[in-house]
Ligand binder design. Sequence first.
Ligand code: FNR
Length: 361
Amino acid sequence: MIFTPFTLGSAELANRFAMAPMTRSRTDQPGDRPNALMAEYYGQRATAGLIITEGAPISAVGRGYSLTPGIYTQEQIDGWKLVTDEVHRQGGKIFIQLWHVGRRSHESIAGEQPVSASAIKVPDQVYGPLPEGGFGMIETSVPRAMTLEDIQATIADFVQAAKNAVEAGFDGVELHGAHGYLIDQFLRQTSNQRDDQYGGSQENRARFLLEVTQAVAEAIGGDRTAIRLSPFVTEGESRVDPEVVALTLKVVEQLAPLGLAYLHFSENISNCAEVPESFRAQVRKCYPHPIMVAGKYTLESGQAMLASGYADLIAFGQPFITNPDFVRRCREQLPLTPVDYAAHATFYGGGAEGYTDYPTA
Ligand code: FNR
Protein backbone atom coordinates (compact mmCIF):
# COMPACT_ATOMS: atom_id res chain seq x y z
CA MET A 1 0.00 0.00 0.00
CA ILE A 2 2.86 2.35 0.82
CA PHE A 3 4.13 2.04 -2.76
CA THR A 4 0.78 2.85 -4.38
CA PRO A 5 -0.02 6.33 -5.76
CA PHE A 6 -2.14 8.74 -3.76
CA THR A 7 -4.18 11.77 -4.78
CA LEU A 8 -3.47 14.70 -2.52
CA GLY A 9 -5.74 17.60 -3.37
CA SER A 10 -4.61 18.63 -6.83
CA ALA A 11 -1.33 16.68 -6.67
CA GLU A 12 -0.84 13.07 -7.77
CA LEU A 13 1.76 11.43 -5.53
CA ALA A 14 3.75 8.48 -6.85
CA ASN A 15 3.63 6.72 -3.45
CA ARG A 16 2.67 7.28 0.19
CA PHE A 17 6.13 8.10 1.45
CA ALA A 18 6.61 11.70 2.54
CA MET A 19 9.94 13.25 3.44
CA ALA A 20 9.34 14.92 6.82
CA PRO A 21 10.25 18.59 7.29
CA MET A 22 13.85 18.87 8.48
CA THR A 23 15.81 22.02 9.22
CA ARG A 24 19.30 21.72 7.73
CA SER A 25 20.54 25.34 7.92
CA ARG A 26 22.38 25.53 4.58
CA THR A 27 21.20 28.91 3.28
CA ASP A 28 23.25 31.62 1.61
CA GLN A 29 23.94 34.75 3.65
CA PRO A 30 23.04 37.50 4.03
CA GLY A 31 19.29 37.13 3.76
CA ASP A 32 18.73 33.41 4.55
CA ARG A 33 18.44 32.52 0.85
CA PRO A 34 17.77 29.00 -0.49
CA ASN A 35 20.43 28.02 -3.03
CA ALA A 36 21.60 25.50 -5.64
CA LEU A 37 22.99 23.15 -2.98
CA MET A 38 19.56 22.94 -1.36
CA ALA A 39 18.00 22.33 -4.79
CA GLU A 40 20.41 19.43 -5.32
CA TYR A 41 19.60 17.97 -1.88
CA TYR A 42 15.84 18.07 -2.38
CA GLY A 43 16.14 16.90 -5.99
CA GLN A 44 18.08 13.83 -4.84
CA ARG A 45 15.10 12.92 -2.64
CA ALA A 46 12.34 13.56 -5.20
CA THR A 47 11.28 9.90 -5.39
CA ALA A 48 9.41 10.45 -2.12
CA GLY A 49 5.72 10.81 -3.00
CA LEU A 50 5.83 14.19 -1.28
CA ILE A 51 8.68 16.28 0.07
CA ILE A 52 7.95 18.72 2.87
CA THR A 53 10.71 21.28 3.16
CA GLU A 54 12.45 22.33 6.32
CA GLY A 55 10.63 25.01 8.31
CA ALA A 56 10.68 28.31 6.39
CA PRO A 57 10.20 31.46 8.49
CA ILE A 58 7.31 33.61 7.27
CA SER A 59 8.81 36.85 8.60
CA ALA A 60 11.99 38.19 10.15
CA VAL A 61 10.54 38.12 13.66
CA GLY A 62 9.31 34.55 13.03
CA ARG A 63 12.90 33.27 12.84
CA GLY A 64 14.26 31.19 15.71
CA TYR A 65 17.34 29.54 14.26
CA SER A 66 20.07 31.19 12.25
CA LEU A 67 20.66 30.11 8.64
CA THR A 68 17.10 28.81 8.07
CA PRO A 69 15.54 29.69 4.69
CA GLY A 70 12.84 32.37 4.74
CA ILE A 71 9.89 32.82 2.39
CA TYR A 72 9.27 36.54 2.86
CA THR A 73 11.74 38.32 0.51
CA GLN A 74 11.97 38.27 -3.29
CA GLU A 75 15.51 36.84 -3.07
CA GLN A 76 14.22 33.96 -0.96
CA ILE A 77 11.34 33.31 -3.38
CA ASP A 78 13.85 33.24 -6.25
CA GLY A 79 16.07 30.84 -4.30
CA TRP A 80 13.16 28.49 -3.61
CA LYS A 81 12.40 28.44 -7.37
CA LEU A 82 15.69 26.56 -7.84
CA VAL A 83 14.40 23.95 -5.36
CA THR A 84 10.89 23.51 -6.79
CA ASP A 85 12.21 23.41 -10.38
CA GLU A 86 14.68 20.67 -9.54
CA VAL A 87 12.16 18.55 -7.58
CA HIS A 88 9.59 18.88 -10.37
CA ARG A 89 12.22 18.10 -13.02
CA GLN A 90 12.86 14.86 -11.09
CA GLY A 91 9.12 14.11 -11.10
CA GLY A 92 8.48 14.88 -7.42
CA LYS A 93 6.00 17.03 -5.48
CA ILE A 94 6.95 19.50 -2.79
CA PHE A 95 5.19 21.47 -0.03
CA ILE A 96 6.95 24.15 2.00
CA GLN A 97 6.59 24.23 5.78
CA LEU A 98 5.55 27.73 6.92
CA TRP A 99 7.08 28.53 10.28
CA HIS A 100 6.79 31.16 12.98
CA VAL A 101 8.71 30.14 16.09
CA GLY A 102 7.11 32.67 18.44
CA ARG A 103 8.98 32.63 21.74
CA ARG A 104 11.51 29.96 20.74
CA SER A 105 13.99 32.58 19.59
CA HIS A 106 16.48 35.20 20.68
CA GLU A 107 16.47 38.89 19.78
CA SER A 108 19.78 38.43 17.93
CA ILE A 109 18.00 36.02 15.55
CA ALA A 110 14.52 37.59 15.40
CA GLY A 111 16.00 41.08 15.02
CA GLU A 112 13.73 42.32 17.82
CA GLN A 113 12.19 40.95 21.00
CA PRO A 114 10.50 37.65 20.06
CA VAL A 115 6.70 37.51 20.31
CA SER A 116 4.27 34.94 21.69
CA ALA A 117 0.72 34.50 22.92
CA SER A 118 1.87 35.66 26.36
CA ALA A 119 5.10 37.03 27.85
CA ILE A 120 6.14 33.66 29.28
CA LYS A 121 9.62 32.25 28.83
CA VAL A 122 10.57 28.60 29.33
CA PRO A 123 14.14 27.31 29.64
CA ASP A 124 14.97 26.61 26.00
CA GLN A 125 17.90 26.99 23.64
CA VAL A 126 18.07 27.90 19.97
CA TYR A 127 20.79 27.96 17.30
CA GLY A 128 22.11 31.49 16.94
CA PRO A 129 25.14 33.78 16.89
CA LEU A 130 27.57 33.26 19.78
CA PRO A 131 29.05 36.28 21.58
CA GLU A 132 32.53 34.96 20.75
CA GLY A 133 31.66 34.61 17.05
CA GLY A 134 30.28 31.73 15.00
CA PHE A 135 27.02 29.91 15.76
CA GLY A 136 25.88 27.64 18.57
CA MET A 137 23.10 27.05 21.08
CA ILE A 138 21.95 30.14 22.99
CA GLU A 139 19.26 30.66 25.63
CA THR A 140 15.96 32.08 24.33
CA SER A 141 14.82 35.65 25.12
CA VAL A 142 11.76 36.54 27.18
CA PRO A 143 9.00 37.12 24.60
CA ARG A 144 6.49 39.96 24.55
CA ALA A 145 2.76 39.23 24.31
CA MET A 146 1.31 39.91 20.86
CA THR A 147 -1.23 42.72 20.59
CA LEU A 148 -4.41 42.22 18.55
CA GLU A 149 -2.70 44.22 15.78
CA ASP A 150 0.31 41.87 15.93
CA ILE A 151 -2.04 38.90 15.59
CA GLN A 152 -3.74 40.34 12.50
CA ALA A 153 -0.36 41.25 10.99
CA THR A 154 0.96 37.74 11.64
CA ILE A 155 -2.06 36.12 9.97
CA ALA A 156 -1.36 38.44 7.01
CA ASP A 157 2.29 37.31 7.06
CA PHE A 158 1.20 33.65 6.85
CA VAL A 159 -1.07 34.51 3.90
CA GLN A 160 1.66 36.45 2.10
CA ALA A 161 4.16 33.62 2.71
CA ALA A 162 1.67 31.14 1.24
CA LYS A 163 1.25 33.33 -1.85
CA ASN A 164 5.03 33.63 -2.09
CA ALA A 165 5.24 29.83 -1.93
CA VAL A 166 2.85 29.51 -4.86
CA GLU A 167 4.94 32.07 -6.77
CA ALA A 168 8.04 30.01 -5.96
CA GLY A 169 6.41 26.95 -7.56
CA PHE A 170 5.44 24.89 -4.51
CA ASP A 171 2.59 22.39 -4.79
CA GLY A 172 1.30 23.55 -1.41
CA VAL A 173 2.16 24.69 2.09
CA GLU A 174 2.23 22.95 5.47
CA LEU A 175 1.57 25.24 8.45
CA HIS A 176 3.84 24.40 11.36
CA GLY A 177 1.33 24.06 14.17
CA ALA A 178 3.51 21.62 16.13
CA HIS A 179 6.50 21.40 18.49
CA GLY A 180 5.80 24.38 20.74
CA TYR A 181 6.12 27.04 18.03
CA LEU A 182 3.81 30.04 17.69
CA ILE A 183 0.58 28.31 16.65
CA ASP A 184 1.10 25.65 19.34
CA GLN A 185 1.91 28.40 21.88
CA PHE A 186 -1.58 29.82 21.35
CA LEU A 187 -3.19 26.39 21.82
CA ARG A 188 -1.68 25.56 25.19
CA GLN A 189 -2.59 27.01 28.58
CA THR A 190 1.06 26.65 29.59
CA SER A 191 2.10 29.30 27.05
CA ASN A 192 -1.19 31.18 26.53
CA GLN A 193 -2.58 33.12 29.47
CA ARG A 194 -4.31 35.85 27.48
CA ASP A 195 -7.59 37.28 28.68
CA ASP A 196 -8.92 38.39 25.29
CA GLN A 197 -10.61 36.42 22.48
CA TYR A 198 -7.34 34.52 21.79
CA GLY A 199 -6.93 33.08 25.28
CA GLY A 200 -8.78 31.53 28.20
CA SER A 201 -11.36 29.05 26.90
CA GLN A 202 -10.44 26.21 24.56
CA GLU A 203 -12.41 27.91 21.81
CA ASN A 204 -10.36 31.07 22.26
CA ARG A 205 -7.02 29.26 22.33
CA ALA A 206 -7.91 27.52 19.05
CA ARG A 207 -8.85 30.80 17.37
CA PHE A 208 -5.39 31.78 16.11
CA LEU A 209 -4.75 28.36 14.54
CA LEU A 210 -8.14 28.32 12.85
CA GLU A 211 -7.90 31.90 11.60
CA VAL A 212 -4.44 31.32 10.13
CA THR A 213 -5.53 28.09 8.45
CA GLN A 214 -8.75 29.57 7.08
CA ALA A 215 -6.97 32.66 5.76
CA VAL A 216 -4.27 30.62 4.03
CA ALA A 217 -6.81 28.16 2.60
CA GLU A 218 -8.87 31.06 1.24
CA ALA A 219 -5.79 32.64 -0.32
CA ILE A 220 -4.27 29.61 -2.09
CA GLY A 221 -6.97 26.91 -1.83
CA GLY A 222 -7.67 24.32 0.87
CA ASP A 223 -6.27 21.60 -1.38
CA ARG A 224 -2.87 23.33 -1.28
CA THR A 225 -2.94 23.89 2.48
CA ALA A 226 -1.93 21.42 5.20
CA ILE A 227 -1.11 21.66 8.90
CA ARG A 228 1.20 19.82 11.27
CA LEU A 229 0.14 19.25 14.90
CA SER A 230 1.77 17.44 17.84
CA PRO A 231 -0.61 17.19 20.80
CA PHE A 232 1.47 14.46 22.47
CA VAL A 233 4.77 16.33 22.15
CA THR A 234 5.91 18.81 24.80
CA GLU A 235 8.81 20.37 22.89
CA GLY A 236 9.54 23.88 24.14
CA GLU A 237 7.17 23.48 27.10
CA SER A 238 7.96 23.02 30.76
CA ARG A 239 4.88 20.92 31.52
CA VAL A 240 2.04 19.09 29.83
CA ASP A 241 -1.17 21.02 29.18
CA PRO A 242 -3.91 18.62 30.40
CA GLU A 243 -6.38 20.00 27.84
CA VAL A 244 -4.30 19.95 24.67
CA VAL A 245 -5.47 16.55 23.43
CA ALA A 246 -9.16 17.38 23.91
CA LEU A 247 -8.60 20.76 22.30
CA THR A 248 -6.78 19.18 19.35
CA LEU A 249 -9.77 16.91 18.70
CA LYS A 250 -12.05 19.96 18.61
CA VAL A 251 -9.64 21.72 16.25
CA VAL A 252 -9.53 18.69 13.97
CA GLU A 253 -13.33 18.69 13.77
CA GLN A 254 -13.28 22.33 12.76
CA LEU A 255 -10.55 21.77 10.18
CA ALA A 256 -12.51 18.99 8.47
CA PRO A 257 -14.75 21.27 6.35
CA LEU A 258 -11.76 23.23 4.99
CA GLY A 259 -10.82 20.46 2.53
CA LEU A 260 -7.13 20.59 3.43
CA ALA A 261 -4.55 18.60 1.47
CA TYR A 262 -3.67 16.68 4.64
CA LEU A 263 -3.48 16.81 8.40
CA HIS A 264 -0.04 15.85 9.73
CA PHE A 265 0.65 14.47 13.21
CA SER A 266 4.20 14.58 14.51
CA GLU A 267 4.76 11.90 17.14
CA ASN A 268 7.57 10.26 19.00
CA ILE A 269 10.22 12.98 19.19
CA SER A 270 12.21 14.17 22.24
CA ASN A 271 9.68 15.05 24.98
CA CYS A 272 6.53 13.16 24.18
CA ALA A 273 3.89 10.71 25.34
CA GLU A 274 2.80 7.69 23.35
CA VAL A 275 -0.19 8.28 21.06
CA PRO A 276 -3.08 6.09 22.27
CA GLU A 277 -5.00 4.16 19.65
CA SER A 278 -8.20 5.74 20.95
CA PHE A 279 -6.90 9.14 19.81
CA ARG A 280 -6.18 7.84 16.30
CA ALA A 281 -9.67 6.34 16.14
CA GLN A 282 -11.29 9.58 17.31
CA VAL A 283 -9.34 11.61 14.77
CA ARG A 284 -10.31 9.26 11.97
CA LYS A 285 -13.94 9.50 12.96
CA CYS A 286 -14.12 13.29 12.84
CA TYR A 287 -11.60 13.77 10.02
CA PRO A 288 -12.47 11.80 6.87
CA HIS A 289 -9.62 13.31 4.79
CA PRO A 290 -5.91 12.55 4.25
CA ILE A 291 -3.90 12.04 7.44
CA MET A 292 -0.10 11.85 7.61
CA VAL A 293 1.92 10.64 10.59
CA ALA A 294 5.63 10.94 11.37
CA GLY A 295 7.92 9.83 14.16
CA LYS A 296 10.49 7.03 14.00
CA TYR A 297 8.46 5.00 11.53
CA THR A 298 10.11 2.13 9.67
CA LEU A 299 8.89 0.54 6.45
CA GLU A 300 7.22 -2.16 8.55
CA SER A 301 5.55 0.08 11.14
CA GLY A 302 4.57 2.53 8.41
CA GLN A 303 2.87 -0.19 6.40
CA ALA A 304 1.11 -1.43 9.54
CA MET A 305 -0.14 2.11 10.22
CA LEU A 306 -1.52 2.41 6.68
CA ALA A 307 -3.17 -1.01 6.99
CA SER A 308 -4.83 0.06 10.26
CA GLY A 309 -6.63 2.78 8.33
CA TYR A 310 -5.60 5.52 10.79
CA ALA A 311 -3.23 7.18 8.32
CA ASP A 312 -2.92 7.59 4.54
CA LEU A 313 0.67 8.82 4.27
CA ILE A 314 3.81 8.13 6.32
CA ALA A 315 6.48 10.79 6.71
CA PHE A 316 10.05 9.67 7.32
CA GLY A 317 12.69 12.09 8.51
CA GLN A 318 16.15 10.83 9.34
CA PRO A 319 16.03 7.87 6.92
CA PHE A 320 15.82 10.41 4.07
CA ILE A 321 18.90 12.26 5.33
CA THR A 322 21.21 9.29 4.85
CA ASN A 323 19.24 7.51 2.10
CA PRO A 324 18.29 9.85 -0.75
CA ASP A 325 16.78 6.83 -2.54
CA PHE A 326 14.95 5.63 0.59
CA VAL A 327 11.84 4.62 -1.40
CA ARG A 328 13.79 2.44 -3.80
CA ARG A 329 15.77 0.83 -0.98
CA CYS A 330 12.49 -0.06 0.74
CA ARG A 331 10.93 -1.38 -2.44
CA GLU A 332 13.95 -3.52 -3.37
CA GLN A 333 14.80 -4.39 0.24
CA LEU A 334 18.28 -2.93 -0.07
CA PRO A 335 20.27 -2.14 3.10
CA LEU A 336 19.85 1.34 4.60
CA THR A 337 22.67 3.72 5.49
CA PRO A 338 22.25 4.23 9.25
CA VAL A 339 21.90 7.63 10.92
CA ASP A 340 25.12 7.44 12.90
CA TYR A 341 27.12 9.88 14.97
CA ALA A 342 28.69 11.44 11.86
CA ALA A 343 25.26 12.04 10.37
CA HIS A 344 24.12 13.83 13.53
CA ALA A 345 27.16 16.12 13.39
CA THR A 346 26.10 17.43 9.97
CA PHE A 347 22.36 17.83 10.65
CA TYR A 348 22.55 21.62 11.03
CA GLY A 349 24.83 23.98 9.12
CA GLY A 350 27.84 23.35 6.93
CA GLY A 351 28.01 22.53 3.24
CA ALA A 352 27.68 19.48 1.02
CA GLU A 353 29.25 17.11 3.52
CA GLY A 354 26.59 15.04 5.25
CA TYR A 355 24.02 16.75 3.04
CA THR A 356 24.26 15.97 -0.66
CA ASP A 357 27.07 13.40 -0.52
CA TYR A 358 25.06 10.38 0.68
CA PRO A 359 25.18 7.93 -2.22
CA THR A 360 22.25 6.04 -3.71
CA ALA A 361 22.31 2.26 -3.39
C1 FNR B 1 13.44 17.69 12.37
N1 FNR B 1 12.05 17.80 12.56
C2 FNR B 1 11.40 18.96 12.17
N2 FNR B 1 10.04 19.05 12.25
C3 FNR B 1 9.39 20.13 11.77
O1 FNR B 1 8.16 20.17 11.83
N3 FNR B 1 10.09 21.15 11.19
C4 FNR B 1 11.44 21.16 11.09
O2 FNR B 1 12.03 22.12 10.54
C5 FNR B 1 12.13 20.05 11.64
N4 FNR B 1 13.50 19.99 11.62
C6 FNR B 1 14.16 18.81 11.90
C7 FNR B 1 15.53 18.71 11.67
C8 FNR B 1 16.20 17.50 11.86
C9 FNR B 1 17.66 17.40 11.57
C10 FNR B 1 15.47 16.37 12.32
C11 FNR B 1 16.14 15.04 12.50
C12 FNR B 1 14.12 16.48 12.57
C13 FNR B 1 11.25 16.62 12.98
C14 FNR B 1 10.97 15.70 11.79
O3 FNR B 1 10.09 16.30 10.87
C15 FNR B 1 10.34 14.35 12.22
O4 FNR B 1 9.09 14.58 12.80
C16 FNR B 1 11.22 13.60 13.20
O5 FNR B 1 12.57 13.55 12.75
C17 FNR B 1 10.74 12.18 13.45
O6 FNR B 1 10.77 11.42 12.26
P1 FNR B 1 11.98 10.38 11.97
O7 FNR B 1 13.20 11.18 11.70
O8 FNR B 1 12.12 9.55 13.21
O9 FNR B 1 11.50 9.60 10.78
